[in-house]
Design a binder for this molecule. Structure first.
Ligand code: TYD
Ligand code: MG
Length: 459
C-alpha cells in the first residue's frame, strides 16, 4: 500500500496534534510547544480493511466470561516483594509497564535486577539498552550479582532490528532502556520526539499483545516530573510506575500511578546499596532510624500508603523570627496545610505565633499529604513552641478541622497495630475512635482527643 509522508505539528508537552502551527496549545494551554514532525499517512482504505485486528493480532470472536480460559500462570514472580506488590501481585504476562523517574534514581538497576531474577527462574529475558554499552551493563551486573544464561543483552535503538531480534529469540520478558532513545525508521523526526515516542510505544504494544511478552519500558521524566513525551504514552501502557526519592537519601519509593492489574495506592520501598537496590520490608523501622530522644518538636505519626501503615517522624522547629515577616516552611508535606493548621492553633488554642518562624519536616525525606498527619503536625508545633518534649513512645494521628476538632481517619486499627509492633506504648487518636480501638487493640494505651485543645493538655 502506498504511503504518503505528511507533516503535522505536535505539542511537545501533551502530544496534541494539529495540522498547522499554533502559538498556544488548545490541549494543555502551554505556549510555544508546537514542533513540526513528519508522520506516515496511512490511506483511509488501509485503515478500514485492517481494523483494530491489525494492531492487536488476529480477529477474535467475542467471548463470554465463562468461555475465557484462565491459565495457572498469568503472573511472573519477580522475586522482589516490593515490586510484586506495586504490580498487584507479580508481573502480568503480555503487559506493558512504563517505569519513569529522574536520571540516576535506579531505573536501570531495578530492571536489571528484575531481569536477573526472572532469568533465574528459567524465563527468557531480553534486555535492550539504547543508553549503555554492553560493557557498561556488564560492569553494573558485576556489582549486582550472578546472572543466568537465559538473560540476553542487546545494544540497539532501531525498532525494526529490535522487532526482528524479538521474533527470533521469542523472549518472555523484554526490558527497553529507554523509550526516548528508540527510533522507527519510518518516522523521520528525532528519537525522543513526540511522534517517535508514540510510534515506538505502539510497536512495542503490538509486540507485547500479539506475542504475549511482558515489556518494561524506561521513560525519562521532565523537570515537571512527568514522563517526557506525550501523555498518550501513559494511556497506551497497562501500568505506569514512578520511581521517586531524594537523590541524597538512600531510600527510593516505587509508586504505581496507573495499573490495569492492581491497586494504584501501593508503594514499594527500596534502599540503594553497594550491590544494587535492596527491599525495605519494614519501612517504619527504616524511617524512624536515628530519631532524637527527648527532643521538643518531634513526634511520630502514622500514614497509610495503600494497605500499609508507615510510621513517620514529624519534626517542627518554632523559633522567634529575626525579621518582621515570619518564615514558614514545610518539607515533605503540604505547605498550605501547615499554614492552615497554624492558623487553627492560633485561633482555637491561642498559640501566638505571629512573630515566630516555623519549619516542619517529615524525617527521612518522605513526601506525604495525608490529612491523618494533621494531629502529629499540630502536636509537634505545640511541643516546639512550648519547648516541651513529647514522650518518645507516643504516636498521634488524626485529621484536624478548621474548628480545631480532631476527626477520625481510615484504617485506624492497622495504624495502632503498627505502632504496637514497633514498641510504642501510647496512641493519641481521634476521640470518635477511642472506644472501638480500646476494644480491639490490647496492650497499648489509647487516648482519644476530640479537639486540639484536648491534645494541648497532653503536652
Ligand atoms: P541507574 O539505575 O543507572 O539509574 P537510572 O537508570 O534511573 O538513570 O542508577 C544509578 C545510580 O545508582 C548511580 O548513581 C549509582 C547508584 N548505584 C549504587 O549505588 N549501587 C549499585 O549497585 C548500582 C548498580 C548503582
Ligand atoms: Mg538508566
Amino acid at each position: 500500500m502506498a504511503t504518503k509522508i505528511k507533516t503535522v505539528f505536535f505539542c511537545q508537552k501533551c502530544g496534541y496534534e494539529s495540522s498547522k502551527w499554533m502559538g498556544q496549545c488548545p490541549g494543555c494551554k502551554e505556549w510555544n510547544t508546537f514542533v513540526e514532525e513528519t508522520v506516515k499517512a496511512t490511506p483511509k482504505s488501509a485503515v478500514v480493511s485492517k481494523g483494530t485486528a491489525g494492531a492487536l493480532g488476529e480477529y477474535k470472536k467475542p467471548q463470554t466470561l465463562s468461555e475465557i480460559v484462565m491459565t495457572d500462570e498469568e503472573r511472573f514472580d519477580t522475586h522482589i516483594g516490593e515490586l510484586n506488590r506495586v504490580l498487584g501481585g507479580g508481573l502480568v504476562k503480555g503487559s506493558l509497564i512504563l517505569v519513569g523517574g529522574d536520571p540516576g534514581i535506579g531505573k536501570s538497576t531495578l530492571l536489571l535486577q528484575v531481569a536477573g531474577n526472572l532469568s533465574e527462574d528459567k524465563r527468557e529475558v531480553l534486555y535492550i539498552s539504547g543508553e549503555e554499552s554492553l560493557r557498561q551493563i556488564k560492569l553494573r551486573a558485576g556489582r549486582i550479582g550472578e546472572f543466568s544464561d537465559t538473560l540476553k543483552f542487546m545494544c540497539e535503538t532501531n525498532l525494526s532490528d529490535i522487532e526482528e531480534a524479538i521474533t527470533r529469540a521469542k523472549p518472555q520478558v523484554i526490558v527497553i532502556d529507554s523509550i526516548q532513545t528508540m527510533y522507527n525508521e519510518e518516522v523521520s523526526s528525532a528519537p525522543g520526539s513526540v511522534s517517535q515516542v508514540r510510534e515506538s510505544t505502539s510497536v512495542l504494544l503490538r509486540i507485547a499483545k500479539s506475542m504475549n511478552i511482558s515489556v518494561f519500558i524506561v521513560g525519562h521524566v521532565t523537570k515537571e516530573g512527568q514522563v517526557a513525551g506525550p501523555r498518550v504514552l501513559e494511556h497506551m501502557v497497562d501500568t505506569v510506575l514512578y520511581f521517586e526519592g531524594d537523590r541524597h537519601a538512600s531510600y527510593r519509593i516505587l509508586r504505581a500511578v496507573k495499573n490495569r492489574f492492581g491497586s494504584t495506592n501501593e508503594i514499594g520501598v527500596f534502599e540503594m546499596q553497594e550491590k544494587g537496590l535492596m527491599e525495605v520490608t519494614n519501612p517504619s523501622e527504616f524511617m524512624l532510624d536515628g530519631r532524637p530522644i527527648n527532643a521538643s518538636g518531634s513526634i511520630v505519626t502514622c500514614s497509610v500508603e495503600g494497605t500499609r501503615p508507615i510510621l513517620i517522624e514529624v519534626q517542627a522547629l518554632v523559633c522567634r523570627t529575626n525579621f518582621g515577616f515570619p518564615r514558614r516552611q514545610a518539607n515533605g508535606t503540604d505547605y498550605n496545610r501547615v499554614n492552615l493548621l497554624m492558623a487553627v492553633l492560633e485561633k482555637r488554642i491561642g498559640l501566638q505565633m505571629a512573630d515566630y518562624d516555623a519549619y516542619i519536616n517529615l524525617a527521612g525525606g518522605m513526601k506525604i499529604a495525608e490529612p491523618s498527619l494533621d494531629l502529629g503536625i499540630c502536636l509537634a508545633i505545640i511541643s516546639s513552641f512550648k519547648n516541651k518534649p513529647i514522650k518518645e513512645d507516643t504516636i498521634a494521628f488524626g485529621e484536624v478541622g478548621l474548628s480545631g476538632e480532631v476527626r477520625s481517619v481510615n484504617m485506624a486499627e492497622a495504624r495502632v497495630q503498627e505502632a504496637k509492633k514497633l514498641g510504642f506504648k501510647t496512641c493519641i487518636v481521634p476521640g470518635a475512635l477511642e472506644k472501638k480501638l480500646k476494644a480491639s487493640c490490647k496492650g497499648i494505651e489509647i487516648i482519644g482527643v476530640h479537639s486540639v485543645s484536648d491534645a494541648l493538655t497532653l503536652i
